[in-house]
Design a binder for this molecule. Structure first.
Ligand code: GLY
Length: 380
């Protein structure tokens, strides 16, 4: 990238675009973010899990390494955001993976085995032990794994904090959906699923993967939500319950490949609630405050696309299930590219050059393997 770069256009004001915009503006670039509704889209619907360990099964080594490198950056990222204006709500209570039926317990054992092969210290808990630490979990929870390293963040507090930090650093906003790339010394394509329409290399690489979530609030005289994130395997289906402050809970998520459809279906709500009630019986008495659907930007190998698409055009997209987790590391990589510096080593496999019609661009040297997409009915 040229050292004379001064103007940077960031297309997309989700968690990735805002993180890149904040870091670039704070480093002295003249940044404009293009988005008709910054702080919305898939980032606003997210559960906010920062969970490289429990997301890494089945094992995808490069995705795992990227996630771990991103998680290491989260405490400083959150602290810097807090001092730039607002607390993004990082929670450090950890994660439990719980199983109910015999088949689910067998799957939990496989997860434990894979994680221990990966060198992750996971603690197996009986149903009784897990209820000692999380009394709201019901009697059908028979076995659990404690994964203290996997954290969470309040996605909406994070988006608000990023907007404050961007404005504080001097970034400007254009309430405009770009159909073509705007003019600037460097354009950063960070438009999630809409990135596919913005550059030929991304056209066949980025696809929408719908996720539906519910947001609930515990009411007086109901047991409060667990203090940790709970990932549940129920009748072979995967779901997660991510606590928020003030007795709130995000319950997610479906995972379906149905194009740009963002309707929340009655079947998805039923499925999520049925499974969650077996894990957390009190949820039946909670207030259902919101349902929502977001479109994750999926890629062919579950790695994001971070790097130069052509001179003056960078990609920061395709983060699929891990946009919130990967935001600090993606922003660091984009800033390095803007400065003409090497990206962190874990980011190298995310190069656009690995994509079928990706053109290797000088200074963007590494290559990742091309693997098939994980196909899942419901989100782990
Ligand atoms: N990161 C969780 C999800 O995409 O549902």
């Amino acid at each position: 990238m040229r050292s004379s770069v001064t103007t940077v256009a960031v297309v997309g004001g989700g968690v990735i675009g805002l993180s890149c915009a904040w870091r670039a503006a704070a480093a002295g670039f003249a940044v404009t973010v293009y988005d008709p509704a910054p702080g919305s889209g898939a980032s606003r619907v997210a559960g906010g899990m920062l969970a490289p360990v429990t997301e890494a099964v089945p094992v995808e080594p490069e995705v795992f390494a990227l996630g771990e490198a991103a998680l290491r950056r989260w405490p400083d990222f959150a602290a810097e955001l807090a001092s730039a204006g607002a607390d993004p709500g990082l929670r450090t209570a950890g994660t439990l993976v719980v199983a109910l039926d015999p088949g689910d317990r067998a799957e939990l054992d496989r997860v434990a085995e894979q994680l221990s092969h990966m060198g992750r210290a996971v603690e197996a808990l009986s149903g009784r032990q897990v209820r000692r630490v999380e009394p709201s979990l019901g009697p059908q929870v028979r076995r659990a794994l404690s994964v203290p390293e996997d954290l969470s963040v309040d996605n909406r507090a994070l988006l608000s904090a990023l907007l404050v930090a961007c404005r504080g650093a001097g970034a400007r906003f254009h309430a405009h959906r770009c159909l073509t790339l705007p003019s600037a010394d460097v354009v950063v394509v960070a438009a999630g699923v809409h990135s596919a329409a913005l550059h030929p290399t991304l056209r066949r690489a980025i696809r929408p993967v719908k996720g539906e979530i519910l947001r609930l609030r515990c009411r007086p005289a109901t047991l409060p939500p667990p203090s940790r994130t709970v990932r549940a395997i129920v009748g072979g289906r995967h779901s997660y319950l991510v606590p928020r402050d003030s007795g709130r809970l995000v319950l997610g998520a479906t995972q379906r490949e149905v194009g740009f459809d963002t309707d929340v279906t009655a079947g998805a709500v039923r499925e999520l609630l049925t499974d969650a009630e077996r894990v957390l019986p009190a949820i039946a008495e909670y207030a259902l405050e919101e349902t929502g659907a977001g479109l994750r930007p999926g890629s062919p190998d579950n790695l994001p696309v971070i790097g130069a698409l052509e001179p003056g055009v960078l990609a920061a997209t395709g983060h699929h299930r891990n946009g919130i987790l990967l935001a600090p590391l993606t922003a660091e990589a984009v800033l390095a590219l803007l400065r003409g510096e090497p990206v962190p080593v874990e980011v190298a496999p995310a190069t656009p050059a690995r994509l079928p019609c990706g053109q290797p661009v000088s200074g963007d040297a590494s290559h990742g393997s091309h693997r098939h997409s994980r196909v899942a009915r419901s989100a782990p």
